[in-house]
Design a protein around this ligand. Sequence first.
Ligand SMILES: *[C@@H]1O[C@H](CO)[C@@H](O)[C@H](O)[C@H]1NC(C)=O
Ligand SMILES: *[C@@H]1O[C@H](CO)[C@@H](O)[C@H](O)[C@H]1NC(C)=O
Ligand SMILES: *[C@@H]1O[C@H](CO)[C@@H](O)[C@H](O)[C@H]1NC(C)=O
Length: 555
Amino acid sequence: MTYQLLNGTGDVKKLRVRYNMAKWLTTVSLIAVVTMAVYALLYPSIRMDQWKNRVTDEELEDAQEQPSPPPAHGSITTHIRNSTCRFTADNMIFPLENSNYTQFQPDDTLRQVLDYVSDADFNKYCDQWDPVYGMSGHLEMSNENENCGAWQQEFAQLQQQRLQQLDRFRAGTLKSPKDVPRFASYLCQEDPQHRGSHGCGGLADRMIGIVSTFFYALMTDRGFLMSWPEGDPARLESVFEKPTIDWSFDPSEMRSLYKKPGYQTVNTLNFNWQRIRGVMFPQGPSQDFNQLWPEPYVQVQSNRGYVIRTFDYSDHYAPKLEQMGLSKSNHWRCIVDYLFKPKLESRRFINAYKKLFQMDSVLSIGLQIRTNDTAMADPDKDTNTLEDWDYYFTCANKLRDARREPHHRRVVYFLLTDSSKLREQFVSMNHDKELRDKFIQDDDTSMVVTGLPIEHIEAKTVKTKAEIGLTEDDSNLEKLLAGTHSAIIDNWLLSYTDYRLISRQGFGKIAAFHASNSHSTISLPRLESKEHLVNCASPHAFTSFETLSTWWSLG
Ligand SMILES: *[C@@H]1O[C@H](CO)[C@@H](O)[C@H](O)[C@H]1NC(C)=O
Ligand SMILES: *[C@@H]1O[C@H](CO)[C@@H](O)[C@H](O)[C@H]1NC(C)=O
Ligand SMILES: *[C@@H]1O[C@H](CO)[C@@H](O)[C@H](O)[C@H]1NC(C)=O
């Protein structure tokens, strides 16, 4: 507190105002203390010391420094935790009935961290929850609250027009052959020559193929359709809602419909950049995609991206994209959120974690540790330990210490891994101080996991159908559906942490793209070369989108 010399009546008046203010605040504090005492009797769990300090020191001091209108009634009580929200192991999510997906409750580790976040954040979190409906399923999409440019509405109109034309084409009532609507589709289809091969790849491969095919449609004013077949691993419609355009279609119907006007199939599965460039930019940087294929229908099978590269490579599209409001950093999130919304079943689960990761009082760091297929295929042979993967924690600790700000009361390490041994040891650090001192070196850091069954994660891409004993019966379709939901939940959550450390594979890459901040992801070396770890406290440690787009699935 600073003391000033009084000079003149102005200061005396100010002093009186302050005196009255202080008197008033003392009364308020007294009332508060009494209220608190009553509360303490009713709810002994509220931490008195913390509460008292906040009212007497901080608020009084603030009010004295800058005399302002007395706080509105109730503004002090907002610091009391809303006692309506008493989360238990089975009340956070109220599962939807009539769903073929068995929904899970968030893991205990999520509820445990909530004890450490600020009261204001806790109450905001509580507001997302309802005693009857559980966690809210409202997931903000980037098109709602971020600048994604001005193409969305126009494309939705185009799509609607194309679909109407398609109906008339089907019914044989098109006025002229020139009216045959132009479409591009993304297709995942198992190669009959290599039955059992995982033709379309995992979630990352598919999303990359989808985003680049949509990009092609957007640049050429074609309607856009996409499809994953049932059982491989689940129909798109069973895991995603359509927030804007209707993209469902029947691939074989489409091919027979377009037999006469003509269709082009394009397959860029597993292409490298030279070959992609040869297909998409045969004329080099001046290439106009409209000149690639004259056929009204183009069917694409792909697990390769080229959108980020287009920004640097194409003279033709770089200025156009800028004008549309798309950039290297926002395009992925804008397109993905335009096309997909995870189904309500997974959205509630996602929200329960997302709302924690994005709290002001929390610094969240995602760790994606892909061990190897052995751990998932054969849990008995899973020998992963914290020691093996210690470099992830070394990196996370450095990042945490460099990025933590005073308002971050709690740090959350959120682990995604295919090794259940590793996950168990990670969680045990919440109560095992010795382990925590060894790997985490901080008592304000909580370990959080989803607790979703690991065997399900991307089962299809790791094991062949034969290996998981797949037949076409319902229970296995259910298993595949659950695995797909898990993969989507994990991926969306990894994109919502403040920072993330990823394995050098597609899965972490698309989460990085979805985060749309190119300074929030660090890719870590493989276990064999862990000594090549970068200094994760450095701003140069982040892996740029340009670098990510050079990895095998491109971008
Ligand atoms: C559940 O699966 C059955 C059989 O595959 C299907 O007929 C039904 O529409 C599905 N229900 C929902 C809600 O997706
Ligand atoms: C406490 O949370 C419940 C449930 O979210 C909400 O309905 C209620 O309005 C909240 N109470 C206060 C005082 O914020
Ligand atoms: C997978 O990791 C385990 C250790 O957890 C190791 O023993 C095994 O050799 C690895 N397998 C492959 C194929 O790298």
